[in-house]
Design a protein around this ligand. Sequence first.
Ligand SMILES: NC(=O)c1ccc[n+]([C@@H]2O[C@H](COP(=O)([O-])OP(=O)(O)OC[C@H]3O[C@@H](n4cnc5c(N)ncnc54)[C@H](OP(=O)(O)O)[C@@H]3O)[C@@H](O)[C@H]2O)c1
Length: 253
Amino acid sequence: MNNPFSLEGKVVVVTGASSGIGKQTAIDCAGMGARVVLMARNETRLQETLSQMEGTRHMVVSFDLTDYQNVKDCVKRIVAQVGPVDGLVNCAGISATMPLKLIDVTKMEELFQANVFSGIQLTRHFCQIGNTSREGASVIFLSSIMGLVGETGKALYSMCKGSLVSAVRSLACEYAPRHIRFNAISPGAILTPINQDLPHMKNPDARAALEANHILGLGKTTDVSNACIFLLSDASRWITGQNIVVDGGYTAR
Ligand SMILES: NC(=O)c1ccc[n+]([C@@H]2O[C@H](COP(=O)([O-])OP(=O)(O)OC[C@H]3O[C@@H](n4cnc5c(N)ncnc54)[C@H](OP(=O)(O)O)[C@@H]3O)[C@@H](O)[C@H]2O)c1
C-alpha cells in the first residue's frame, strides 16, 4: 500500500540540525526516505547528527543563519547540489527568560534575529530560488506554546514565537497558487540543550510543577519530529496556514 507519510524522493532542509528537535527531525526525515540538508553553525555536531542518519546523499551546511549577506549564496549552493527543495523545517532558535525591565532593544534584536528574521530570510530565498518543482513544497516554522499562552518572564520569547504563528497564515495565502504550504508547530516543554540548564529545570519543585502542567508529561524530540514528518509528507497536502500544538495537553487545561 502507498504510504502517504513517506518522504521518499523528497529533499528536506532542516535548520537547527545540530541539536535537540532539529537533530531528531533530520534523523527521522532520513528514516522516512528523505534526502536531508542539515543546517546549523556547529560543524562537528552536524556531522554527529549525520552519523546517525540512514542514507548517504545528505548534505551538511555549517552556516550562521543570521548572516543575511550570504544566505542567498548559501541557498544557491544547496540547490546546485541537491536540486529543488520539497520541504524546509525552520527549527533553529534560541530561548530567553527575563522580566520586562531587562528587555532592551539589544536583547530584542538578538532574539528576533535568531528566532524570526533568520528563518524568514532563509524561507524567502528558498521560495525564490530553491523550489521550482510544480508539486509545491512544505515550509514549517517551530513556534512554541509560549506563542499562545503566557508565563512570567517569557514576554520576549512569546513575541518571537507568536509572530511565527501569525506569519504562516499570510504566507499560506500568498504561496497557495504555487502549492507551497506554510504551517507552524508549537511544542510544549521538551528536554533539550535549549532548556535543560535553566534554573526551573534544575529546581525539583519547579520541574515537578512544569511536568504537572503537561498532563501527558514532558515531551520527547520524536513527538515533534513526527509532526514535522506529517506536515512535510503528502498526507498533509490539504493543510496550510495552521499551527499544530504538540504539548502533552499543556494548553488543554
Ligand atoms: N525544547 C523545547 O522545549 C521547545 C519548546 C517549544 C519550542 N521549541 C523551539 O524548537 C526549536 C528547537 O529547539 P531545541 O529545543 O531543539 O533547541 P536546541 O537543542 O538548543 O537547538 C537549537 C538549534 O538552533 C541552532 N541555531 C541557533 N542559532 C543559530 C544560528 N544563528 N544559525 C544557525 N543555527 C542556529 C543551534 O545550532 P548551532 O548552535 O550549531 O548553530 C541548534 O541546532 C527552537 O526554535 C525552539 O524555540 C523548543
